[in-house]
Design a protein around this ligand. Structure first.
Ligand code: AMP
Length: 285
């Protein structure tokens, strides 16, 4: 960033974010929200660039939401660097950052939750109980607080995107939800704030996750059943040092399991641990 460039302003309160967005909308400008937990990388920034083409104003929220972390998960060690995040967003010309405190988001006596049935029992929902209740609740709050025309979420967290589209429709929240494609390293590893946890040897193995998804996609093209292809692929990952949490072929709207390609709009989902780091990825079939 050059010295003459202005740093993007930070709103810390619901009152302030509302006032700004209402002000823009009152003059006929459209506004987009990009919700994040910070530690921003090119995946997040691609979402910003995408909505900069769709809306007059862009707000990025940065909030490490405690209620979506389970016991023993990485809430206390989750990477946080607001100064670096702000510099990156200022460089892109983001109009406003919304970075509320935990107290601002969850005031005294907070007692309400949003639960999306069915879609949250499978995949990451099965191995991270309560995770999607935390996500659904905080995203509902952010959407209502900001009151933007659009909001964008990455396909990297594909199940999250499906859950959010469902709740926005079910609760009649007046916002259009967009999905952004997955941004990857040159070797195929999907960018993630959690990649920073990988040791150098784990980092060398990590791209095998996406390579395996591509191999499975090819094998499924040959008409083989998902069960046979997926169990072979899981062995490959385990042999390389991954501990596979799930590797599943599912319908990309209902998230129901599919027996083979061609039974519906299919997507392949994987979650696996490399050491202590849990990596997720997915690919359209
Ligand atoms: P997070 O900060 O991890 O909560 O992510 C904030 C948003 O960025 C979510 O909508 C994610 O799906 C999205 N995102 C994270 N990583 C990527 C990536 N590699 N490519 C595209 N979007 C991403």
């Amino acid at each position: 960033m050059t010295k003459t460039q202005k740093l993007t302003a930070i709103a810390r309160t619901v009152r302030s974010i509302r006032k700004n967005v209402l002000g823009w909308r009152a003059t006929g400008e459209t506004v987009a929200l990009v919700p994040t937990m910070g530690a921003l990388h090119d995946g997040h920034l691609s979402l910003v660039r995408h909505v900069q083409k769709k809306a007059d104003r862009v707000v990025v929220s940065i909030f490490v939401n405690p209620t979506q972390f389970g016991k023993g998960e990485d809430l206390s060690t989750y990477p946080r660097d607001e100064k670096a995040d702000r510099a990156k967003l200022s460089e892109l010309g983001v109009d406003l950052i919304f970075a509320p405190s935990v107290e601002e988001m969850y005031g005294e006596g907070f007692a309400t939750g949003v639960h999306v049935d069915g879609l949250t029992d499978v995949l990451c929902g099965a191995s991270r109980p309560g995770h999607f209740d935390g996500v659904a609740t905080v995203v509902t709050k952010l959407l209502l607080q900001a009151g933007t025309d659009l909001a964008i979420f990455g396909e990297k967290d594909f199940q999250q995107l499906v859950v959010i589209k469902r709740l926005v429709s079910d609760l009649n929240i007046p916002v259009k939800i967009l999905g952004g494609s997955i941004v990857r390293e040159k070797d195929g590893l999907a960018l993630s704030s959690r990649n920073a946890y990988l040791s150098s040897s784990e980092r060398r193995v990590a791209p095998l996750l996406f390579q395996t998804l591509k191999t499975v996609r090819n094998d499924l093209k040959d008409g083989q059943t998902a069960k046979a292809v997926l169990s072979r692929a899981a062995v490959v990952l385990e042999d390389a040092g991954f501990k596979v949490d799930y590797l599943e072929l599912r319908d990309s709207i209902s998230l129901q399991t599919l027996k083979r390609k061609g039974d519906g709009p299919a997507r392949l989902f994987v979650a696996a641990f490399l050491g202590k780091t849990r990596l997720i990825d997915n690919i359209k079939i």
